[in-house]
Ligand binder design. Structure first.
Ligand SMILES: [Zn+2]
Length: 379
């Protein structure tokens, strides 16, 4: 069709992800956009942000430049009330709630759509956030059926469905979704996002165009984290060390902006007090920090890993990622601590993180044992 060739597409996003977007824009322009695409990449780098841009571009009905941002299709793509456009992981009590179509008029019971809308609102407000879904939230077969039930209502417009954190589908959900992918209804597009591609069924992966999204530059991370600064954290919390910790992920930078200033200090104290053998002080500090939850404990140990890795970089004369925090560790009193000792300490931290993740021992006990073991023989 001559008309389609005139339409230009413009997907917005950070320039270090240009290459991936150019590929998508060419497919849109040439009218060969795949019916299912799988966007993967590290957490918090903007996979959902890109998915929303794509949904807008596909649904837009403007004649020359898409997405226009103000037609019906564009507005639907950005409207959290359009719950048919999403599949999101949910808590089991939420995903087993009744559907809006099954609830009698005047009922005040919360429906699947109510719960879903609350999640979508959070994503639309800030698609980079890494703490929208709890660890227990998953995609059940009920949620997939809820999505396919909506297919009957289709008019003649293009429909897009974003499946957020698609790796959280359980087995029956994945099988039901696979059936849908085997016969995608006309003018329907699926956009899946995941940071754990390997956890998705191979048969689902093979039916999607793979799009690997790359981490952003430090400057882009800083810019986005500052742009979203609001009630949760202050602009000034986006320090160089916070950006350094986030390794190209604005979502992680936002998370660390809320939590890391305490954790950065604590990680420096952790190494210093462990070296000097002041375990009692250290155990009190850890207790005050309230690190009881496994996921939180491991995010703290991630910060400790960064600090140790920086000590190794310092010894090798390489640039530091969290220079301000690393400067607080005084190794001058411990000449025995060389690159080899730091490498061993990093292995100890990794082992502790695995122990905590296995949830067999309390995170606090694991971290206390780590403090005693760290730099064993070199202190
Ligand atoms: Zn539009």
């Amino acid at each position: 069709m001559v008309e389609t060739e005139m339409i230009e597409y413009r997907l917005n996003g950070p320039s270090s992800q240009n290459r991936q977007r150019i590929r998508l824009m060419a497919a849109l322009r040439e009218n060969r956009f795949p019916q299912a695409i799988l966007i993967d990449g590290p957490v918090g780098i903007g996979k959902k942000a890109l998915a929303m841009e794509i949904a807008k571009a596909l649904q837009c009905s403007a004649g020359e430049s898409r997405p226009c941002g103000h037609c019906f299709g564009c507005k639907m793509a950005a409207d959290a009330g359009n719950t048919d456009g999403w599949v999101v992981p949910m808590e089991s009590k939420e995903s087993s709630a009744r559907s809006a179509s099954d609830v009698s008029a005047g009922s005040t019971a919360k429906t699947i759509q109510d719960y879903k809308q609350a999640y979508i609102e959070e994503i639309v407000k800030n698609p980079y956030r890494i703490d929208v879904f709890s660890a227990a939230a998953g995609i059940t077969v009920d949620l997939i059926r809820n999505m396919t039930a909506g297919f009957a209502l289709k008019g003649d417009r293009v429909r897009t469905i974003i499946v957020a954190e698609a790796d959280r589908m359980n087995d029956s959900a994945a099988n039901a979704f696979l059936k849908t992918l085997e016969e995608v209804p006309p003018d329907t597009y699926f956009i899946l996002t995941t940071s754990s591609r390997e956890r998705l069924l191979q048969t689902i992966r093979s039916r999607c165009l793979a799009l690997h999204l790359l981490p952003l530059t430090d400057d882009e991370v800083r810019e986005i984290a500052v742009e979203y600064a609001h009630d949760d954290y202050d602009e000034s919390a986006v320090t160089d060390d916070v950006v350094g910790l986030s390794v190209g992920s604005p979502g992680k930078a936002m998370y660390y902006a809320q939590h890391a200033s305490a954790w950065l200090d604590l990680s420096a104290r952790f190494v210093n007090l462990s070296l000097s053998g002041d375990y009692t002080d250290l155990f009190f500090d850890l207790e005050d920090a309230g690190i009881e939850d496994a996921a939180v404990a491991n995010r703290f140990l991630e910060v400790v890993s960064f600090l140790l890795a920086d000590m190794a970089r310092g010894m090798a004369g390489a640039p530091l990622r969290i220079a301000d925090t690393t400067a607080k560790v005084d190794t001058s009193r411990y000449p025995q601590i060389d690159a080899n000792a730091v490498d061993l300490a990093l292995v100890d931290v990794q082992e502790t993180m695995s122990r905590i993740a296995s949830r067999r021992t309390s995170p606090r006990v694991c971290i206390q044992a780590l403090a005693v073991k760290l730099f064993e023989g070199a202190k």
